[in-house]
Design a protein. Structure first.
Length: 225
């Protein structure tokens, strides 16, 4: 049997281990916006499509954008509409979700959102309330969400914080899940990175072998003028 490519393995770890950790954030945003039947939703950097599935479960028509081919393929396996770039269409979107998205990605997608439509941006919360970015020096500083809103010419319409603990059954699952986030530099020896991550996780292991990493995520809501 031909070995599965590394990118595909990492994408599957994201889909099977890591992606569910963000469900509290997705649900909080969808509850606040009352996402439901008749809404058209576009999600940037949608990964393997879990946010789209949750929105579709509420009756919304959900579309995703994902540049990474392996994650995009997994989302499509879930029978989701996922593209490599923001799609157009006969009717503009009501909601745009950008979780840890760049200013360039936001600017490229905004023309597809209707006037008055909601734009939701989210990223890590205060550093002192987030465990994961501190583990092995993982990840860049979070985006300044308020500056992104201002820079895009959007109208602020509220914000919130959501508790998103990253919980794993064991250290191996934790390492695989964290590697799949792309927060850590994997350009060197993957085995060495996994070894260093496993060592960095020791303080967060519980007596039963599980790993618990509490985090707070912040989101802002803005409107297209």
């Amino acid at each position: 049997m031909t070995p599965m490519p590394t990118a595909t393995l990492v994408a599957r770890d994201w889909a099977e281990i890591q992606e569910r950790m963000l469900v509290p954030l997705y649900e909080a945003v969808f509850d606040r916006l009352e996402v439901g039947p008749g809404d058209r939703l576009l999600c940037l950097d949608c990964g393997a499509g879990l946010a789209l599935l949750l929105a579709a479960g509420r009756g919304a028509a959900a579309t995703g954008v994902e540049a990474e081919p392996a994650r995009r393929a997994l989302a499509r396996e879930r029978l989701l509409e996922v593209a490599a770039a923001p799609p157009g269409g006969p009717r503009p979107y009501d909601v745009l979700l950008g979780f840890a998205s760049s200013a360039a990605a936001l600017d490229a997608a905004l023309p597809a959102v209707r006037r008055g439509g909601a734009v939701v941006l989210a990223d890590w919360g205060p550093p002192e309330r987030c465990t994961v970015p501190a583990v092995h020096g993982g990840g860049p500083a979070p985006h300044d969400l308020d500056a992104l809103v201002a820079g895009a010419g959007l109208l602020p319409d509220g914000s919130g914080r959501v508790f998103c603990p990253f919980g794993y059954a064991d250290a191996d699952s934790a390492v695989r899940g964290l590697v799949s986030t792309g927060l850590y530099d994997a350009s060197g020896d993957p085995a060495q990175l996994e070894k260093e991550l496993a060592e960095a996780l020791h303080p967060y292991e519980r007596s039963d072998g599980s790993v618990w990493l509490p985090n707070i995520f912040r989101y802002v809501i803005a409107r297209v003028p």
